[in-house]
Design a protein around this ligand. Structure first.
Ligand SMILES: Nc1ncnc2c1ncn2[C@@H]1O[C@H](COP(=O)(O)OP(=O)(O)O)[C@@H](O)[C@H]1O
Ligand SMILES: [Mg+2]
Length: 465
């Protein structure tokens, strides 16, 4: 195998996640030193104090990088904030600690085997922090001179740079000239050039030139001309996930696959070699492992094969912290005939720490609904909010939260757009909640297609939450 690359240009695409129903959540809302949840709405989260504190403690352990291979189960009824708290955790982790979200049903729909999908999710959640020395040129630009050939095709140029102690001239090729003009570098700028990648970074402008131009933006940073040598060696640190290293180095795909997300199956030899290499880097002090977090939502949707994979993966040396969420009581484990608490096999349950998320009180429901309305820029009359709260506590928080949107649509037909009790009542009548829908089904049972006239090989159909 060739040298292993760890740099890709696709870092920005990672973590592109549109989860609109949790868009109001910006963190766990805890005090940074005591990890005590703030009592008022904080960072979008309300109530559920014990679970938030537990989540914050886990995050603290993740940040210290001390634990790996642990599993946590968030267990509670539907819409009690399990996913919301996980989103809060994701928001408060540092940018170089990986956080991966996997919804269990995704595993059955990807065009790869279940174990491959799980392996990728695990490896996405483990970061490798790599230290590298690069050579840079840093100083004040004295002059940029670009010569064009008559046709304007090829370009060549010279770059003069200085520090307080020296001055030197370099030849520039077409590519270098292009990156200089892209960064709009002019004489008097203080810049840093990465010699291996050719990356140009504008650090600011020299004080000496502060008065030459008055057309500078207000955010221009003025700096002293650097001292000492122009060429320096500098240590740079970057963090990539094991999965990114896998993809970049699996020769058939290359890093472009990271853009499309279509990474396919990765051969196990590639992974073995990468594990060995990363192990060597760790021994040489060139790399550190950063165990991140893998959040598996709706874990009860996984089957016994997946559970045994997770069990084994948690024992491996390279393992993230796995947080799972389940809204099931004692239920059948998929792929078996056994029943078990939360739909998880006993041996996996045995190694998890359980964080319960109990249901909300009425004032908490009111506060959450009010935040959701603000987030969607919906004006609710106070009476409309009370009615929604009543609906929320009698049916479900999620249902009430959806009624905000539909009631707002009804209200938007009028010149005065504030949502009234009437709008809420109308959408309550238009859209059934589970309770009324079940009753409706019971009444009109015989007109629907049911199990009695539709069975597949005697197996029951997939259960949905
Ligand atoms: N404690 C909370 N504070 C603010 N919003 C919450 C809270 N708990 C739940 N929500 C919101 O209520 C809705 C349902 O919660 P969710 O986290 O999806 O429930 P679960 O995953 O437990 O089924 C989401 O829009 C979520 O953002
Ligand atoms: Mg959820």
């Amino acid at each position: 195998m060739q040298a292993i690359t760890t740099v890709s240009e696709s870092r920005d695409v990672r973590g592109l996640n549109l989860i609109a129903s949790h868009s109001h959540i910006r963190g766990l809302g805890v005090e940074p030193d005591t990890l005590q949840p703030r009592t008022n709405a904080s960072q979008g989260l309300i109530g559920q104090e014990k679970a938030r504190k537990a989540a914050a403690v886990i995050l603290q352990m993740v940040r210290e990088g001390k634990i790996a291979g642990r599993a946590i189960l968030m267990a509670g009824p539907p819409s009690t904030g399990k996913t919301a708290i996980a989103m809060g955790m994701a928001q408060s982790l540092g940018s170089d600690v990986p956080f991966t979200i996997l919804t269990s049903t995704e595993i059955f729909s990807l065009e790869m085997s279940k174990t491959e999908a799980l392996t990728q999710a695990f490896r996405k959640s483990i970061g490798v922090r790599i230290k590298e020395e690069t050579e840079i040129i840093e100083g004040e630009v004295v002059e940029i001179q670009v010569d064009r050939t008559v046709t304007g095709g090829t370009k060549q140029g010279k770059l003069t740079m200085k520090t307080t102690d020296m001055e030197a001239v370099w030849d520039m090729g077409a590519k270098m000239i292009e990156s200089m003009s892209k960064e709009k570098v002019i004489a008097g700028d203080i810049i840093s050039l990465d010699k291996s990648s050719g990356k140009v970074t504008k650090l600011g402008r020299s004080y000496a030139k502060a008065r030459d131009y008055d057309a500078m933006g207000p955010d221009t940073k003025f700096l002293q001309c650097p001292e000492g040598e122009l060429q320096k060696r500098r240590e740079v640190v970057h963090t990539v996930s094991l999965h990114e290293i896998d993809v970049i180095n699996s020769r058939t795909q290359g890093f472009l696959a990271l853009f499309s997300g279509d990474t396919g199956e990765i051969r196990s030899e590639v992974r073995d070699q990468i594990n060995i290499k990363v192990g060597e880097w760790r021994e040489e002090g060139k790399a550190e492992i950063v165990p991140g977090v893998l959040f598996i939502d709706e874990i009860h949707m996984l089957d016994i094969e997946c559970f045994s994979y997770i069990n084994r993966a948690l024992e491996s040396e390279l393992s993230p912290i796995v947080i799972m969420a389940s809204n099931r009581g004692t239920t059948r484990i998929r792929g078996t005939n056994y029943k078990s608490p939360h739909g998880l096999p006993i041996d996996l349950l045995d190694r998890v720490l359980i964080i319960p998320t109990p249901g909300y009180s009425t004032p908490e429901i009111e506060q959450i609904l009010s935040i959701r309305a603000q987030e969607q820029e919906v004006d609710l009359e106070p009476t409309a909010l009370s009615l929604l709260t009543k609906i929320g506590s009698e049916t479900s928080l999620r249902y009430a939260s959806q009624l905000i949107t539909t009631a707002n649509m009804i209200a938007s037909k009028r010149p005065k757009k504030t949502v009234t009790v009437d709008d809420v009542t109308r959408s309550f009548k238009l859209f059934l909640d589970t309770g009324r829908s079940t009753k409706y089904l019971a009444e009109y049972e015989n007109q629907f297609i049911t199990d009695s006239n539709y069975t597949v090989n005697g197996e029951d159909s997939m259960e949905l939450s």
